[in-house]
Write a protein that binds this ligand. Sequence first.
Ligand code: AMP
Length: 187
Amino acid sequence: MSSPPRKRVAVFCGSKSGAKTVYSDHVATLGNLLGENNIDIVYGGSYKGLMGVLANHALIKGSKVTGIIPEVLINREHQHEGLTELIITSDMHQRKKTMYEMGDAGIVLPGGFGTLDEFFEMLTWNQLSIHNKKIFILNSGGFYSRLIEHLEFLEKEEFLHDQVWNRLEQHDNPVSLVNSLCKSFGN
Ligand code: AMP
């Protein structure tokens, strides 16, 4: 009997490591767990910060890791040279689109402006039914608690088209996130 097709997640995270060790610790565990569960990754392609931690751990545990980098960021963003595949896009928009087209779901880890931009674009396109891929937020050490509070505030103030948690899930540790991700993939 042939094995089921492998699933792939789009992971959005910082090109820096952040101030607290819990961020890198959680990302390392997440990378390990994705690899151990035969889940592949598409991400921004850098070896820096949390992006590098994720890729290195997942690769060692057997994930196929695809990096998507726009031409303008080649060299500046320090592309990871050990990836399964590196795809070069013409611009930033194409990069984001390719990332969530290739992913069967999205994971948002701690990060800066770029991570938030990627998260909100994927979320908005979900709301517009351009895709129906679920997004999992890893709230490492409470990093996203303020944002989550604001997302719930948007719903309370009736600016959302339905309930905020219809398209999102939040987890405070990588084990519970990957368990739920696997369930959503039917693994
Ligand atoms: P940051 O969270 O700011 O460290 O950025 C994380 C990743 O998002 C990095 O690979 C950035 O190059 C990337 N990024 C930043 N802004 C954008 C954008 N507008 N579109 C696509 N990727 C972006």
